[in-house]
Design a protein around this ligand. Structure first.
Ligand code: CO8
Length: 258
């Protein structure tokens, strides 16, 4: 296990498990969390032994938001001039999959971080919210956009305007999370899911992630074209030959990542 000041990072076989580790501040996301998480994510993306990452919280929170104490004294010139927290965009450019395993509070920037991951597995204790309006600000790490795309305008608007939290069951109904599991099984389930993903042909995993993201970021026709090009491209890989041969021969595939 590698220790950072604000994170615990552990390889569980082909899965990088990252635990936010500022429980005394409910894992509030400050500049140090960002820089450490970016360092870990960059290393993960180029490490051929690692196929999927899980990001989780600790104590009673996934993360209770951006660090209010760090932002409190900042003015417009500091925020805009330094493009405060623009580094989080880099996190979303990670090519390999990242699962958010959310137990407890995922609020403000915490909810936004969970939504920057490729999908969210929730414990039955999870609570999601964008309460920034109560601080006289707004989401700033993509929440107003990603939440609206995930759950639709009505719920996103109500949550952003009132700060109301969603519990895990509502989040699952609304399509914000892929599944809800008992809190005690969250990490085990997330690592199991991540291990299954890490066991797939690596280029196919990258392509599947890219094309689902295209559905979020482009129109239907452009997204369908993009999917088709990537689909065609996968037929240029050795793993496609192996994957289809393995199916026909009723045996597991052996991937080369090319
Ligand atoms: N930032 C800093 N410290 C925090 C944060 C936070 N977001 N959340 C909790 N803490 C600290 C508390 O100050 C407290 O510290 P201390 O013990 O020193 O007083 C400790 O964590 C424990 O918190 P509480 O005592 O409040 O715990 P409770 O169980 O009573 O309450 C809550 C839990 C309801 C989660 C409560 O802590 C809370 O409301 N937290 C703030 C939630 C919030 O407003 N989040 C949004 C923050 S703003 C944001 O995320 C903007 C994102 C976009 C930024 C991008 C910039 C470009």
């Amino acid at each position: 296990m590698t220790s950072y000041e604000t994170l615990l990072v552990e390889n569980r076989g082909p899965v990088t498990l990252v635990t936010l580790n500022r429980p005394q501040a409910l894992n509030a996301l400050n500049s140090q969390v960002l820089s450490e998480l970016l360092e870990v994510t960059r290393a993960f993306d180029v490490d051929a032994s690692q196929g999927c990452m899980v990001v989780t919280g600790s104590g009673k929170a996934f993360a209770a938001g951006a660090d209010i104490k760090e932002m409190q004294a900042q003015g417009f010139a500091d925020m805009y001039g330094h493009d405060f927290f623009a580094g989080w965009d880099q996190f979303t450019r990670t090519r390999k999959p990242i699962i958010a395993a959310v137990a407890g509070y995922a609020l403000g920037g915490g909810c936004e971080l969970a939504m920057m991951c490729d999908f969210i597995l929730a414990a039955d204790t999870a609570r999601f919210g964008q309460p920034e309006v109560k601080l006289a600000v707004s989401p700033g790490m993509g929440g107003s956009q990603r939440l609206t795309r995930a759950v639709g305008k009505a719920k996103a608007m109500e949550m952003c305007l009132t700060g109301r939290m969603m519990d895990a069951a509502e989040a699952e109904r609304a399509g914000l999370v892929s599944r809800v599991v008992p809190a005690a099984e969250l990490i085990e389930e997330a690592v199991k899911t991540a291990t299954a993903i890490a066991g797939m042909a690596p280029l196919a995993v990258l392509a599947n992630k890219e094309m689902v993201n295209a559905a979020f970021e482009t129109g239907l026709q452009q997204g369908v074209q993009f999917e088709r090009r990537l689909f065609h491209g996968l037929f240029g890989t050795e793993d496609q030959k192996e994957g289809m041969a393995a199916f026909v021969e009723k045996r597991p595939g052996q991937w080369k990542g090319k």
